[in-house]
Structures are given as C-alpha cells and as structure tokens.
Write a protein that binds this ligand. Sequence first.
Ligand SMILES: [Zn+2]
Length: 113
Amino acid sequence: MIKKRFEVSASHQLNLPYESKCNGLHGHNWLIDICVNCNELENNMVIDFNVLKEKVFLCLDHKHLNDIIPDPTVENIAYWVAEQIGFRQEGKRYWCSKVVIQESEGNVCEFTC
Ligand SMILES: [Zn+2]
C-alpha cells in the first residue's frame, strides 16, 4: 500500500436544506490522503505518485469544486477521489483502498473502499 497526501486549496458551496454558513461560497485547504493497493508491482511501484497528482490534485487545486463534483460535501469529494483512482475489481492491477480528507481542524471524512 502506498499513501499520498495532497493539500488542495479550492472553493465550494453546499446546498443544504437548512440554514447553514456552508451554503455560502467559501473555501478550504483540504488535506487529502489517498491509499492505493495493488496485486502486483509495475516498475517496482504500486503506482507512480505523479499519476495520483494528475488524477486528483491537478483536477481540484485552485478550482471551484461545484464545477467538478455535484454537491461537493467532504463525503462526496472522498468518493470522487476514490472513483478517480478506481475501485477494486477483477483484472485491475491497482485500486484505491481508502481516502481520508480533513476539511478543517477536527473535521475529517474517512472513506474505506
Ligand atoms: Zn465547506
């Protein structure tokens, strides 16, 4: 298993059915930890860290997340990240096993695939 951490600065806006400051446009510096497993190494690596950077970091950093992820709650962001890497399935060499996102100090979402 490898783990890659990114810090993503981005904006988002939620659409909660109750009054919340999260419904206004605002930003976070999300700390995103991505765990990737494989069933065999390629070039003696689980996955090139640069692939994770391209599939996740470059897509999200300094973006407005609502343009990329519908209803970008931290839960939906974690699912989207896992989907970008791919889930475990037959014939797949590597897959995302876990995503942990800290949205702010003490607010963390952990998604085990
Ligand atoms: Zn927020």
